[in-house]
Design a protein around this ligand. Structure first.
Ligand code: UD1
Length: 422
């Protein structure tokens, strides 16, 4: 079982390159199915979730190859819209394929989606939106069948700005005749990125990254598209918080400060200075200088973009557990995202939980054996181990590898003492 061995107490110094965002890459991989030919996702990270998505795409007849430039997908011959049950169970983003598949083949056969165990994660918003576009939906055992023969452009209002539902509906509407209006969309930067990718391929989508999106139907998309997805704002936030926690001087090469502005604005600045850097028009970055002991962030509410991202909630929880003072973290997006706190407890963390708010009182952490049960909770345990006294063993490293490229290697290059045992 892959695990990390960590010797805590080291400062971080140096440069780390931020990879393209997992949550931008996955929907773009889905959208590549709508292109009858080749798509190159430049610098695509070989993450666990990306490899699972490659296997799912191959099951439809697509070819996926990693080249020195990135991930090359050839979706010229797509012969089925049936999503493999075992693979779909591994990643939530498997359900984001529905929009692309019904656009391409007018039908899809999809099992219930998987992903991190961080809440109930229903799919009602996806289904209501697709129904509003005239897609017929039936449930057979544990599979959902989508028939889009009679789908047509329409006006859809999401009851909540779900990221995946917004992406699914955009993809479902690209080839529908006329204009589709989607209201109350999620505004996460990854949605704007998906829209940018589709528009480069010839789609006509307006308002990506805002609450209101208009999709004007087109007949087809152009092949041979090359696209580099946006830098990962969650990886950016993780390294920013790691530097805040451990102290040091770190440059996050390629990071986009705009997409993580709320975190930057709320990071206590008495012992930590954060500078957004524009080296030239092609290279952005963030420079962090952290001196002295970390203090509490006060009260933070995790909510949809542009507010504090839920995917950084566990990372902030680890920082809070080892920072001076009391931090209150309220989670409004997912209903059971505090599971990692039970593991942090084994390392000496002090906290209480009431409804969706955790109150964490900073205390010295000590190394022990803990288990990463989900992706971001696992990264939080790694950060706690890097701060703790003594040795920490983090089991379940495969969960962390689902979404962080070379996490151990990037941390080691900054001076941390962490080894991945495969
Ligand atoms: C995406 C991200 C995930 C991130 C989340 C919120 C990917 C692959 N994953 O997940 O990392 O944490 O956005 O920023 O991009 N909901 C419903 N019904 C639905 C759909 C969602 O009730 O049909 C609820 C969910 O249970 C959750 C909330 O809406 O409580 C937000 O979910 P959503 O925005 O859909 O997240 P995902 O797209 O699954």
């Amino acid at each position: 079982m892959p695990h990390y061995l960590i010797n805590g107490g080291k400062r971080l110094d140096g440069t780390v390159e931020i990879s393209p965002a997992k949550n931008a890459v996955l929907p773009i991989m889905c959208a590549s199915l709508m292109i009858r030919g080749k798509t190159l996702i430049k610098d695509c990270p070989r993450l666990g979730d990306v490899m699972v998505m490659c296997d799912i795409l191959k099951g439809f007849g697509a070819k996926t190859t990693f080249t020195p430039q990135g991930l090359l997908i050839n979706a010229e011959n797509i012969n089925t819209s049936e999503i493999d049950g075992a693979l779909a169970g591994k990643i939530r983003a498997s359900f984001f394929l529905v929009g692309a598949l019904i656009s391409r083949l007018k039908w899809a056969d999809c099992p219930m989606p998987g992903g991190c165990k961080i809440g109930t994660r229903p799919i009602d918003i996806h289904l209501a939106g697709l129904k509003a576009l005239g897609v017929e939906i039936s449930v057979l055992d544990s599979r959902i069948l989508f028939d889009a023969k009679n789908a047509k452009s329409s006006r859809v209002r999401l009851r909540y700005p779900s990221v995946g539902a917004t992406e699914n509906l955009i993809m479902a509407a690209v080839f529908l005749k006329g204009d589709t209006y989607i209201e109350n969309c999620a505004t996460e930067p990854e949605i704007k990125d998906l829209v940018e990718f589709l528009n480069i391929a010839g789609a006509k989508i307006y308002g990506g990254g805002t609450r209101f999106i208009r999709v004007c139907g087109v007949e087809n998309l152009t092949e041979n598209i090359e696209y580099k997805p946006i830098p990962d704002r969650i990886e950016t936030g993780t390294f920013l918080l790691a530097t805040y926690l451990l102290g040091g001087k770190v440059y996050l090469k390629g990071a986009n400060a705009e997409n993580i502005f709320y975190l930057i604005k709320n990071t206590p600045n008495n012992s930590c200075k954060i500078y957004a850097r524009y080296v030239n028009i092609y290279e952005k970055g963030i420079y962090i200088v952290a001196k002295g002991e970390p203090i509490s962030f006060g009260s933070i509410v995790c909510a949809p973009y542009p507010l504090f991202p839920t995917d950084l909630q566990p990372i902030l929880g680890a920082v809070a557990a080892a920072s001076k003072g009391i931090t209150k973290i309220t989670e409004t997006v997912f209903d059971s995202r505090f599971l990692y706190l039970e593991e942090l407890f084994k390392m000496g963390a002090k906290f209480s939980l009431k409804d969706n708010t955790a109150t964490i009182v900073g205390a010295p952490l000590f190394g022990t054996t803990v288990e990463a049960k989900d992706l971001r909770g696992g990264a939080a345990l790694v950060l706690a181990g890097l701060k703790a006294s003594g040795k920490t063993k983090v089991l379940g490293a495969e969960n962390v590898m689902r979404g962080y490229l070379d996490f151990d290697k990037k941390l080691t290059a900054l001076g941390a003492d962490i080894t991945l045992i495969d």
